[in-house]
Every structure is written in C-alpha cells, then in structure tokens.
Write a protein that binds this ligand. Structure first.
Ligand SMILES: Nc1c(/N=C/[C@@H](O)[C@H](O)[C@H](O)COP(=O)(O)O)[nH]c(=O)[nH]c1=O
Ligand SMILES: [Zn+2]
Length: 367
C-alpha cells in the first residue's frame, strides 16, 4: 500500500518511530517526531534512552535549516520544563517550525498543556488529538505510572485449554508454542521488571532474562518470597545478566537476607508479614524507578495480585492442550468468588492467533 501522504500518515510514522523504542526508555515515555516541509520529510526522531535527546531534538538536528517553516508531528506534547535536556517546545520555536500536530497532551498534571501553550504564545499553530487513542495506548505504562506513582503491571501467563499453568506434578514445559514463547521475550524487553513468586523459582528455576536473537534490554528480576525460601543456587541468584531484587516480609530470617545480599541481591521488606504486602511492594518498585512490571506467576502470586487489584493488563496465551488434574494449578490460585456475576471482568479484549495458540489481551475491571 502506498505511503499515506497526509497529516495522519505522518503521525502514523511518528507513532512507529516511538513504538520501535518501547522497552529502552526506562521511566520515560516513548515518543516519535516527524518534520515535513512542502511535502518532503526533512527530519525523523525517536526518544531512545532516558537522559538522552528527545524525539523532537533528533528530528530538528536531522532537519537543520530545513526545519524553518516545517510542520512537526509529535506523538506526545513537547516538553516545556528543564528535565535532563532543554525543553523541546523552546527548540521547536527557535528552529522556526510553522505548525505542530500533537497526538496527545502530557499526562503529567504538572506540565499538561504548558508545552502547547508555549508554542501557541509564539504564534505557532498547534493541532491536538490527531491519533490520540493510538498515542495514549502506546504509552499506557507511562501514563499509569505518571498519574498514580505505581508501576503498570502486565500479567503474562500460559495456560492449557482447561486453564492450568502446570500439571498436577508441577511440570509446565511447554504449554505455549515456540512462537508464543518468543513473544514473551519481547514482552520482557518491553517491561522494566519481571516478577515471579518463590514457588515458581523453586519449581522451574527460571532465568527470567529477555533472550532475543537481535538482542534485548534486560528487565530487573523481582522475586516475591515472603520467607526467603529460594536457594542461593537458583539461576536468578547465580546469573548476573540482570539485577535481581527480592521482596520479602518483616518476618523473614535476617541470616537468609545476609546470605542473599552477599550474592549481590537486593532484599526489601514490604509489610509486617507473614505475606508480602503487595501494595507496599509495588510502591517500593516505583521508588526503585521500575515503572512497568511483567508478572509471570505462578498461580498464587497472580491470584494475590488480582485480589489486591494491582494487575493493569492481562496477556494470556492459551494452548490447545488439556492436562487435567484436580490439584494442577490454575492461572489464579485464590479464594475466588461464590457467584458468577461477581467474577472479575476484562474490557477492551482483543486476541491474536499465534500458530495453534491464542493470545488473549484485556484489561481487568475492579470495584
Ligand atoms: N511453561 C510456560 C511458561 N512458564 C513460565 C514460567 O513458569 C517459567 O518459569 C519461566 O517462563 C521460565 O523462564 P526462563 O527460564 O527465562 O525461560 N511460560 C510460557 O509463556 N509458556 C509456557 O509454556
Ligand atoms: Zn522534550
């Protein structure tokens, strides 16, 4: 299909530039920018890493003098405050940009609308809302984090048709197919943290790294372990490819904490125990500047996170297998509801077939 030479077409390119950097900007949003002058693209930019140039700056550098009189397409409102780099709004003004299309306003209440106002005060025509839904969806993690101060939690799980995440003997290799498992590594790259419960470490001894042939940004491994049960021989302790953090409770044994700390693992106590206080745990992760977490189970932690209403999004891979077993663990090992009309529901459901697996994506409702 021919390239769409239109305002929307250029904004789509900016969105794709932003999307390409998902997972490498840390706390920062992903942002794309396209500069166009008399029907010719003169500058392209994407924010690539926290603390480095913003998308608009990359595009302006590429455009040079051609930025004068150009139109800018930016997926997020240009910043107007001095962060680690000078404000983009000022740089767009200095470069003589004639008009700006902004897909969505900055969700940070402290700065929302200020960048747009600064541009308008200098006579620049600003259009807000072009492909707004796509732009907000793209930065759903950043938007949630900046509005609530809590990490965006995506639950990823693989289940058999009868809803099991392992056999009654605890075996789970494998449920989802190779292609679906590859997707999981992309999801890991796209989140700053990957979190599992101690039971998963004891059962699977997972590595919890993002492994893609073309390379990947490694998330911090987060183990929820109320009694510091995991052995020092666990891969997540011995492997140094990525940092490992353990969230435990005040009830945990101090000597066990010292042994783990001696292996370079950071241990944080969240709550007075016996269970880890998951609200406090998420606040601690936010303090550690982890703004998005991929929750990979097992069933007990998934259930506790759902009952604590801390899961923002679910990505469920369903395989055409039936394993049975009354004691085989399901995705959510929790007390559960008595009546079907009390069930948790998901909205904005969409699904994709991946070989013989189906990936269901949705957003749980609470309250
Ligand atoms: N059993 C399955 C999964 N299992 C998920 C977790 O239980 C595993 O311990 C974890 O993904 C292993 O991580 P690794 O060592 O870094 O490869 N997850 C999936 O998507 N499909 C499965 O069929
Ligand atoms: Zn900026």
């Amino acid at each position: 299909m021919d390239y769409q030479l239109s305002h929307e077409g250029y904004m789509r390119t900016a969105l794709e530039l932003a999307r390409a950097a998902m997972g490498q900007t840390g706390l920062n949003p992903i942002v794309g920018c396209v500069l166009v002058k008399e029907g010719r693209i003169v500058g392209l930019g994407s924010h690539l890493k926290r603390g480095t140039a913003h998308a608009e700056v990359h595009a302006l550098r590429m455009a040079g003098a051609e930025a004068e009189g150009s139109t800018a397409y930016v997926t997020l409102e240009p910043c107007s405050h001095y962060g680690k780099t000078p404000p983009c709004a000022d740089q767009l003004i200095e470069a003589g940009v004639k008009q700006v299309y902004v897909a969505c306003e900055d969700p940070n209440p402290l700065v929302a609308g200020q960048g747009i106002q600064k541009l308008r005060d200098r006579g620049i025509e600003v259009h807000v809302g072009l492909l707004q839904n796509e732009a907000e969806q793209l930065n759903e993690k950043f938007f949630k984090f900046i509005r609530t101060g809590m990490p965006f939690v995506t639950l990823k799980t693989a289940m058999t048709l009868d809803g099991k995440v392992a056999s009654k003997q605890g075996d789970s290799k494998w449920i989802s197919n190779e292609e679906a498992r590859q997707r999981v590594h992309v999801l890991r790259h796209q989140h700053q943290g990957i979190m599992v419960g101690a039971a998963t470490v004891l059962a699977d001894d997972p590595l919890l790294t993002a492994r893609l042939e073309s390379g990947a940004v490694q998330p911090t491994r987060i183990i929820v372990d109320s009694r510091l049960r995991i052995p020092l021989t666990a891969k997540v302790i011995q492997d140094r490819t990525a940092p490992t953090v353990i969230l435990t409770s005040a009830a945990a044994d101090a000597a066990a904490e010292e042994r783990l700390a001696a292996c370079g693992v950071k241990v944080y106590r969240c709550g007075t125990g016996p269970k880890v206080d998951l609200q406090e745990a998420m606040r601690k992760l936010a303090e550690l500047e982890i703004s998005s977490v991929l929750l990979e189970g097992g069933g007990t932690l998934n259930g506790a996170m759902l009952e604590a209403e801390l899961i923002d999004k679910m990505v469920i891979f369903m395989a055409p297998k039936i394993i049975g077993g009354v004691s085989a663990p399901s995705i959510f090992q929790m007390e559960g509801k008595a009546l079907m009309n009390e069930a948790y529901t998901l909205s904005s459901i969409h699904y994709e077939q991946i070989g013989d697996n189906i990936c269901i994506i949705g957003y749980p409702h609470y309250g």
